[in-house]
Each structure stands twice: as C-alpha cells, then as structure tokens.
Design a protein around this ligand. Structure first.
Ligand SMILES: Cc1cc2nc3c(=O)[nH]c(=O)nc-3n(C[C@H](O)[C@H](O)[C@H](O)COP(=O)(O)OP(=O)(O)OC[C@H]3O[C@@H](n4cnc5c(N)ncnc54)[C@H](O)[C@@H]3O)c2cc1C
Length: 353
C-alpha cells in the first residue's frame, strides 16, 4: 500500500512515521522543506489543561499531552535528537477578582474530571515561579502541562523518516490538485506529473482548503497569524510557563524565553509588526517583569490552521481515498502524535472496511 501525504509539517511527518511503523510505504510531498511553516514557529506548549476551556474533547487533549513523554523518548532514541520535552507546568495568572473567579470555575471543572489543577493565591504562585509579577493576585496552576521545542521535533522526525526505506520525502514539490477517478481520490497532480496512491492524506495546514479537488463540503481551513518574540535572559531565572491576558511566556530552561502570541485574521501576510511585538512584550512583561532586561534575539510569525468551531479535521472525508489531518489551530504540536495514530488507523479501516 502506498500513501501520499500532502504537507510536511508536524502533522504530515508524524503521520508518515505512524504509517511507516505499520509497514506502509509513504511519500511526503512538501512544497518547501519539512517544518517550513507553522510547525517550526510554534511555542511548543503541550497545554492540554491551560488550553482546555471546558472543551468536550478534553480527554483527547490530556491523553495527547501525557503520551508525549514516551514519544519524546522514542524520538530521541531513534534520531539521537532531544526534542526538549519538559514538564514545566503552567501558571495562568489573574490580576482582578473577576479573572480569579473565572479561573476558579475552570479549576473546579477540571478537578471534577480528575485533572490536577489548583487555584493558588499570588504568594503561593510566586513560590511556584518566583519571577511572576507581584501584582498577580492569584493563578490557576496546571502542574502536568509540559513543553517541547518544535524545531527539534521536526529535526527528529525528518531524521527518522530519512533513514526509512519506506519513506520518500519530496521537498520543493507542490501538490496542484487531488486526482479523482470513479468518485475516489487516487493520488495527486504535481508539476512533474501524476503521483498515484492508494490513499492520500491532506496535511497542508493553513493551505489545506487551497488544494484543488478538496471536497467543497468540508469546512474551510483559514490561517490565523501568530507572532512570537524570542528573548534571552542571563542568568536563567524563569522556569514555569506563565499565561497572562492573551499573552504567554515560555522559558526553555536554557535562557531562551519565547513570548507570544497574537491572534490575527490577516490572510497569509507573514509580517512581524510593530504593534504585534509591542503588545506581546507588554503582555509578557506584565507576567514576568524581570524579563525587562532580557535581550531580544528574534521574532517570527506563522499561521495556525483554523476551522470554525475549533475542531481539527481528522480521519475520513466525503471523498473515499482522501483522509484528513488538518485544522489543528493552536494545538497541532500537542495533537501531532494523537492525530498521526488516528489517521493511520483510518487508513487501515478504509482498506479493510
Ligand atoms: C505563533 C504560533 C504558536 C503556536 N504555538 C503552539 C503551541 O504552543 N502548541 C501547539 O500545540 N501548537 C501551537 N501552534 C499551532 C501549531 O503550530 C499548528 O497547529 C501545527 O504546526 C500545524 O501543523 P501542520 O503540519 O498541520 O501545518 P504546517 O506546519 O503549517 O505544515 C503544513 C505544510 O504543508 C505544506 N504545504 C501547503 N500546501 C502544500 C501543497 N499544495 N503542496 C505541498 N505542500 C504543501 C506547507 O509548506 C507546510 O510545510 C502555534 C502556531 C503558531 C503560528
């Protein structure tokens, strides 16, 4: 069986690996290089609980996060690359009574469902993270939320795929359209010609709806720009991920601190803007004032693939032979392995009925 995967981001590469592990031949078709877009731009927060907001599919988020620990070890053993998994925990800070009450409800909702979550006062929150602003009056503490370093994840995935006899990763290869014959997707059309496949996986992130032949009945995937500012602090002080009002601070533990992010509906404009950097830094410094003297060493932006209703498109589609692995919005790194396993299962079900 041969599967074509459109897109070599975290989702496409993880799906390729899941299929190879099940002895399937795979071709990854990437118009640039693997990880060229959202997947290397992500902050890498495995924020199952801080991102939960009483979602009905919360159990998937939590199990995806918990499975990451073992996957990070497997990726390191197979590639020799450490993907930076750390259970650094997350504090979501509150500055007003209203914010504290909202956190109290969230924590109660999660605790009732067996997740570790705690509402702590400002003093206790500063014991967890001494760099937290003294103006924060309380915080929700999610000790099990974790992080990885997304560029390292992509490096590990591509190293493993590169060694497999079953995978071909074709860089600089744009999929122009899906090939449909007899009401079934039978592969893709490239500039170089047709590529036939028993199944095709759509993993083109924010560009998924732009591939010709994608069924019109599918929800549209839209880009939502997020900007990131990278700081370096010496000596290393911040250890815990801190969320404030729409902005967050992600310490890598080695002095690098990612500050993010904006949520902008600006199409595919990949600028880093003065307003974006200004508001990210203002939000980050409100959370962790001691970052004021940190060196600003980088900025970037990319596009979260968003589907209305915040539900990723994973599994079968209205077009037989076409499987979906897209629309992961803010949580594609968190959900990469869970998605890959679900899609691999769907590929087999498609052929075994
Ligand atoms: C600033 C920012 C911060 C984020 N932080 C987090 C976080 O902390 N935690 C988390 O879990 N998620 C986070 N995300 C979300 C996460 O990055 C995405 O959900 C995830 O990377 C999506 O992966 P993907 O493989 O679907 O898409 P992408 O990584 O965008 O990959 C899609 C690939 O498809 C290729 N492609 C597109 N069209 C074609 C075509 N026609 N032919 C061939 N190739 C094609 C592209 O070149 C691209 O490489 C963040 C995103 C952003 C932008």
């Amino acid at each position: 069986m041969r599967v074509a995967i459109v897109g070599g981001g975290a989702i496409g590469c993880a799906t390729a690996l899941a299929l190879v592990e099940r002895n399937v031949d795979v071709v990854v078709l990437e118009r640039s290089v693997p990880g060229a877009e959202a997947s290397s731009a992500a902050a890498g927060i495995l924020g199952a609980q801080v991102e939960l907001h009483e979602r009905a599919d919360g159990a998937l988020f939590v199990s995806a996060r918990d499975a990451w620990r073992e996957w990070a070890v497997a990726l390191r053993e197979a590639s020799g690359i450490d993907v930076g998994w750390r259970r650094s925990g997350v504090l979501r800070a509150a500055w007003t009574d209203e914010e504290r009450e909202a956190l109290r409800n969230e924590v109660a909702w999660q605790s009732e469902r067996g997740m570790r979550a705690e509402l702590i006062d400002g003093q206790r929150a500063r014991q967890v993270e001494p760099q937290l602003a003294t103006s924060a009056i309380a915080a929700a503490y999610f000790p099990d939320d974790a992080q990885v370093d997304p560029p390292s994840v992509l490096r590990a995935l591509t190293a493993i795929l590169g060694r497999s006899q079953r995978v071909t990763v074709r860089c600089g290869t744009t999929v122009r359209k899906l090939l449909v014959s007899g009401g079934r997707c039978v592969g893709v059309e490239l500039a170089e010609g047709e590529l036939r496949a028993d199944a095709t996986v759509l993993a083109a992130g924010s560009w998924s709806s732009l591939v010709d032949g994608v069924p019109a009945a599918l929800p549209v995937v839209r880009p939502v720009r997020g900007q990131i500012v990278l700081l370096e602090e010496h000596p290393v002080r911040v250890q815990t991920i801190v969320f404030g009002r729409e902005r967050y601070v992600v310490p890598r533990g080695d002095g690098r601190v990612l500050c993010g992010s904006t949520t902008e509906y600006v199409g595919f404009r990949k600028e880093v803007t003065a307003g974006g950097v200004h508001s990210i830094l203002a939000g980050a410094l409100a959370c962790v004032p001691s970052l004021e003297g940190a060196q600003l060493t980088g900025t970037w932006s990319n596009f979260r693939p968003h589907v209305a209703g915040d539900r990723a498109l994973v599994g079968t589609s209205p077009l037989p032979g076409l499987l979906l692995a897209t629309g992961h919005y803010r949580n594609g790194i968190l959900l990469a392995k869970a998605t890959a396993d679900a899609v691999a299962k769907a590929v087999f079900e498609e052929f075994t009925g």
